[in-house]
Design a protein. Structure first.
Length: 317
């Protein structure tokens, strides 16, 4: 019996020693030191995946994207910069060259290069998200090992150039609108904001058509107008339209026109589309011809029809 206990003890000691030294060997590495990058000084970012490349350049305080220097979406670029600013390796994953497993092979990896002036200051490759979704598999320049980096950020970089463009076509504070005019063909109506007070002295905005006399009902439009202005207060287009030039579109009579008066005048035109085509538009707040999503186009045009007194016609199949 004592002999069996002695064998059991020896087995336990042996296993403990194996696990201890195995762990020591596994953890016996030093992670590369990644110097913190002051992103305020970054002047360019390049993102490359396969044969596709996207470049961002800083122009003053703003960022542009592609060789055409289209305005870039500021919030999206800020997200890229935040990843660069906080980039941190947390563990060595693999010293082998099995890159397909981590989507770090040439076909799937996303290579990111950071520049200050014309000098590249950092380069790394992004693979897939780790199973925990709290880390991303990465490689750094001149190092063929695979690491964990803190955070899940592949999706922030895995986009086409068009996705990074600033798609704002209207931006207006609802409370700043003094009046607006909607037009379609020969029909036109201007709606004017007026401050009113109830019996308790609480102020609110009511709207009335400019053409109607003071005695008319001023509140009939208020709810619909409030919803309409909220829907266009920060309006993004669906896509921009290559080959279409804004100055040429301005020569064409639009199907709908919206003019908004705040401290300045804002114009917004929509152009008739075919059955299978998206509604195109131009805006004084954007230099490019754009297409709205089907949902936004329908919502805006139906609201403008309502203000003009055009009844909605239900199409029968």
């Amino acid at each position: 019996m004592k002999k069996e206990y002695l064998i059991l003890i020896l087995v336990i000691v042996g296993l403990s020693a194996y696990l201890f030294f195995h762990k020591e060997n596994r953890d016996n590495y030093t992670l590369p030191v990644i110097e913190k990058i002051d992103t305020a000084g970054v002047t360019a970012i390049e993102i490359e995946k396969g044969s596709q490349a996207v470049r961002f350049d800083k122009a003053g305080k703003d960022w542009t994207v592609t060789e055409d220097h289209f305005p870039a979406d500021a919030s999206m670029v800020e997200t890229l910069l935040d990843t660069i600013k906080t980039f941190q390796l947390t563990a060595l994953v693999s010293q082998k060259s099995d890159l397909n497993r981590y989507e770090l092979d040439k076909e799937n990896r996303i290579t990111v290069r950071i520049f200050k002036s014309d000098q590249k200051v950092f380069e790394f490759a992004i693979g897939k998200d780790a199973p925990t979704f709290n880390h991303t598999f990465v490689m750094i320049e001149k190092d063929d090992r695979v690491y964990h980096a803190a955070g899940s950020f592949r999706n922030d970089y895995d986009r086409d150039a068009a996705d990074f463009r600033d798609k704002r076509v209207l931006e207006v504070k609802k409370d700043a609108v003094k009046s607006f005019t909607v037009s379609k063909g020969k029909l036109s109506k201007t709606l004017v904001a007026e401050m009113t007070k109830d019996e308790d002295g609480n102020s609110s905005v009511s709207w009335k058509p400019k053409e109607e006399k003071q005695g008319k009902d001023k509140t009939a439009y208020s709810k619909n107008i409030s919803t309409f202005l909220a829907s266009i207060s920060y309006l993004k287009c669906d896509t921009f339209v290559p080959g279409k030039i804004k100055s040429e579109m301005e020569k064409i009579t639009p199907e709908y026109t919206l003019t908004i008066e705040t401290d300045k005048n804002i114009s917004f035109d929509l152009f008739k589309a075919g059955k299978e085509e998206k509604v195109l538009g131009i805006s004084s707040m954007n230099d490019y011809v754009f297409a709205l999503s089907d949902f936004d186009a329908k919502e805006i045009m139906e609201s403008m029809d309502q203000f003009l007194g055009i009844e909605k016609v239900d199409k029968k199949e």
